[in-house]
Design a protein around this ligand. Structure first.
Ligand SMILES: CC(C)(COP(=O)(O)OP(=O)(O)OC[C@H]1O[C@@H](n2cnc3c(N)ncnc32)[C@H](O)[C@@H]1OP(=O)(O)O)[C@@H](O)C(=O)NCCC(=O)NCCS
Length: 162
């Protein structure tokens, strides 16, 4: 299915929450419900209050405007940082595509577009956290992210934007 990419706006908040659940439950285990995940401050810090100043991102939509996936970033304070925190002012990125629209290039296109947008917005770096067994790990490396720190199961990565 054809897709186009547009900027993420405030009314995308519920869809971003959907994609956040996909990112946290990337194995599809559904070990925690959507409600449970989004009630967890460690999870909802990536979308709570979207879209506040400094937030940025993109949404892929189909021919009818229906959202297929999203990639967005926000600058989190050190106290209240996300898993991908690498330093003050460096935005942390989240990426998710609806399951039925995966493996068709949407995720890579979203990632590239979000990085371009962050660069245009003046950010010099962008970061994230990903579990090493998630194939997204290879996607990030192929898009220029490098590992800065390794935890037990996951890596913190960053990409220099300019
Ligand atoms: C990760 C995710 C965003 C990728 O989106 P996508 O639209 O499926 O990805 P793309 O089609 O752009 O593919 C990107 C690369 O991953 C590879 N890939 C896609 N699906 C794959 C799969 N199931 N297994 C292994 N590799 C896969 C593709 O081959 C592609 O590499 P290539 O361009 O060299 O061929 C999507 O799978 C997703 O939403 N997953 C759940 C949420 C998640 O894990 N988010 C990241 C958390 S850090």
């Amino acid at each position: 299915m054809a897709h186009r990419i547009r900027d993420a706006v405030q009314t995308d908040a519920p869809f971003l929450a959907d994609m956040l659940v996909e990112a946290f439950d990337w194995t599809g285990s559904r070990s925690r419900s959507r409600v449970e995940l989004l009630a967890d401050p460690v999870v909802n810090r990536y979308v709570r209050g979207w879209r506040r100043p400094g937030d940025g991102g993109v949404v892929a939509v189909d021919d009818h405007g229906a959202p297929l996936g999203a990639c967005w970033y926000r600058v989190l304070p050190k106290r209240g940082a996300g898993y991908g925190w690498v330093g003050p002012g460096v935005p942390e990125l989240t990426l998710g595509v609806r399951p039925i629209h995966r493996a068709r290039g949407v995720g890579r296109a979203l990632l590239a577009a979000a990085c371009d947008q962050a660069a245009s917005g003046g950010h010099q770096r962008i970061s994230l956290s990903v579990e090493r067994t998630n194939f997204a790990w290879r996607l990030y490396v192929s898009e220029g992210f490098v590992v800065l720190e390794s935890g037990t199961d996951s890596d913190t990565m960053a990409k220099t934007l300019r």
